[in-house]
Write a protein that binds this ligand. Structure first.
Ligand code: AKB
Length: 315
């Protein structure tokens, strides 16, 4: 019998793409999409969708029982920029959603959980280049602190209760199916939309801000690969570094200009600059490569080509 999977946060940037891929693997009726907001037509029409506020533990448990769910992907969260604007809700959502889902696995209701961490777990005192898996971690954003707390809980639940929780420290994610939602790395998604629609973009980060990013097909593949890996290969139970590709807004704009020659970028840094300054510029993901065979596919060039092609064809 195939596993039944619940995706919490199916209307967001990752959920929109992950549900489609998981339905190809597990079958449409075995992947339950859920969100507090409606999901895309493609998701609602191709399989089950449940309205869910993940803070409502009773309703979460009802859905788990109704579909006999065995795996949960928890994607609901307030990202770095939005959490700074609403610190109490950011903390409550990010922490409570995580513990509601971890308790499902502790209570034996589900077998496996995926929970995303982020490069936001690092801070100003972390080495910025080739940031190691194990290093100083002093995050200074609500989002980063909540992710670091979550990582500690993941490892604690694994050691104490043998809970099979798997996690990746995502870099900034770039995809064409859904808009980015409230992060510091959102510029790298917005720039493509505005380049195509208006041939210009005002960036909220400085031109030379280097951040690690990843194209969504790589991120979705990494997520499914770590979830499908034999349990003994998942040696790190807090969260794995994922490197992606590191570039600046200026370099991305140059790449976009090869397809849209009239494209113009200007810079007007805001509060998100400070968040970006506290994050690593490049990441060492050799543990993910060694433990469960992770390999990146998309370069900056390949990603930009694919983003522009898909945005033009699908708008
Ligand atoms: C954000 O910018 O907040 C997120 C992240 C790096 O986790 N994209």
């Amino acid at each position: 019998m195939k596993d039944v999977v619940l995706v919490v946060g199916s209307s967001g940037q990752i959920g929109t793409e992950l549900v489609i891929e998981l339905r190809k693997i597990y079958g449409n009726s075995n992947v339950v999409a859920s969100d507090i907001r409606p999901s895309s037509e493609k998701i609602i029409e191709s399989g089950p969708f449940e309205e869910l506020d993940v803070l409502n533990e009773k309703r979460l448990r009802e859905i788990i029982k109704k579909y006999k769910v065995s795996q949960v992907y928890l994607l609901a969260a307030l990202l770095s920029a939005n959490a700074e604007k609403n610190i109490e809700f950011g903390w409550r959502l990010n922490i409570r959603s995580h513990s509601n889902v971890l308790d499902l696995i502790k209570d034996g209701l589900v077998k496996k959980v995926f929970w995303p961490s982020s490069i936001a777990v690092f801070g100003l005192t972390t080495p910025k280049q080739n940031t190691p898996q194990y290093t100083i971690m002093e995050p200074n954003t609500v989002y980063g602190i909540s992710k670091q707390t979550g990582e500690r809980w993941n490892e604690y639940y694994f050691n104490k209760f043998n809970s099979d929780i798997r996690s990746l420290r995502y870099p900034g994610l770039i995809g064409w199916r859904a808009k980015a939602g409230g992060g510091t790395t959102d510029y790298a998604v917005n720039i493509f939309h505005e380049a195509i629609q208006k041939e210009k973009y005002e960036c909220f980060l400085k031109n030379d801000t280097i951040l690690p990013m990843m194209y969504m097909p790589d991120a979705i593949r990494a997520t499914i690969e770590i979830m499908e890996a034999p349990a003994e290969k998942v040696k790190i139970r807090s969260s794995y570094n994922l490197a992606g590709i590191s570039f600046t807004p200026k370099e991305l704009a140059e790449e976009i200009k090869t397809y849209i020659p009239n494209f113009k970028i200007s810079y007007n840094p805001d509060f998100r600059q400070e968040i970006a300054n506290s994050w690593p510029q490049s990441i060492d993901d050799s543990c993910a490569q060694k433990d469960w065979g992770w390999k990146l596919n998309y370069t900056l060039e390949k990603m930009s080509f694919d983003m522009i092609k898909n945005l033009k064809e699908n708008n």
